[in-house]
Design a protein around this ligand. Structure first.
Ligand code: PGA
Length: 249
């Protein structure tokens, strides 16, 4: 049976105490959940949340990382620091990093390769803006973000990569792509991966959908052939919203 990858991205929310409370509640309420699970608290709460989820079925994720291992990089967080805290997965290329903080494909690719070389799993986010979609550029954008983002990544490392398709216009807006629309883009992502790595790799790669995923739309999205999980923002901030998503079936 397919095992879905349900991930929560807490973004810039939660003090340490709040993060500990939410992580503890999720640990209890999701103990019997068979899906692959991850939560990504803010950096400041990673250490505390790490202690809570250690030994549980919830993987610790980070929302970003710097492109270098160490050195004079004020304000950045290194892959070594994340690993030190027990982080297992890092979200890279999130649309808020791309569009609010100007991260380009080259920088994202540097981070992807660095994370994989340290055996961190990567969630590589891709997705078009409304303007790009309306101008017929969806496929070009997705193809570019995938091929540039994964440049230099060997087939053997691809097992540690999850793709998250997140249409920018659906993030935090309450607008979701229809399951059919999302599935079509997921199928296109698979086609690009097939061109880069072959059919088997394309079939095996996990592709999450992200963008206003909620308890009431999760099952319909997950029922689609090419949708293998969800990257959840707003609805990951409360157990009563996230637990039913993780337990959508
Ligand atoms: P959202 O965010 O669920 O709040 O739309 C998704 C994301 O940014 O990963």
């Amino acid at each position: 049976m397919k095992r879905y990858f349900i991930a929560g991205n807490w973004k810039m929310h939660k003090t340490i105490a709040e993060a500990v409370a939410l992580a503890s509640e999720l640990k209890d309420k999701l103990a019997d959940c068979k899906e692959k699970l991850m939560i990504a608290p803010p950096f400041t709460a990673l250490q505390a949340v790490s202690k809570i989820v250690e030994g549980s079925n919830i993987l610790l994720g980070a929302q970003n990382m710097g492109p270098e291992e160490s050195g004079a990089h004020t304000g950045e967080i290194s892959v070594l620091m994340l690993k030190d805290l027990g982080v297992r997965v890092v979200i890279l290329g999130h649309s808020e990093r791309r569009h609010t903080y100007g991260e380009n494909d080259e920088l994202i690719n540097k981070k992807v390769r660095l994370a994989l070389s340290h055996k961190l799993e990567v969630i590589l986010c891709v997705g078009e803006t409304l303007e790009e979609r309306e101008h017929g550029m969806l496929e070009n954008v997705i193809r570019r973000q995938l091929s540039e983002g994964l440049k230099g990544v060997e087939l053997s490392a691809l097992k540690d990569v999850t793709i998250a398709y997140e249409p920018v216009w659906a993030i935090g807006t309450g607008k979701t792509a229809t399951p059919e629309d999302a599935d079509a883009v997921h199928a296109f992502c698979r086609q690009v991966i097939a061109e880069m790595y072959g059919k088997d790799a394309a079939k095996a790669i996990v592709i999450q959908y992200g963008g206003s995923v909620k308890a009431d739309n999760a099952a319909a999205l997950m029922s689609k052939e090419n949708i293998d999980g969800a990257l959840v923002g707003g609805a990951s901030l409360k157990a009563e919203a996230f637990v039913p998503i993780a337990k959508f079936r």
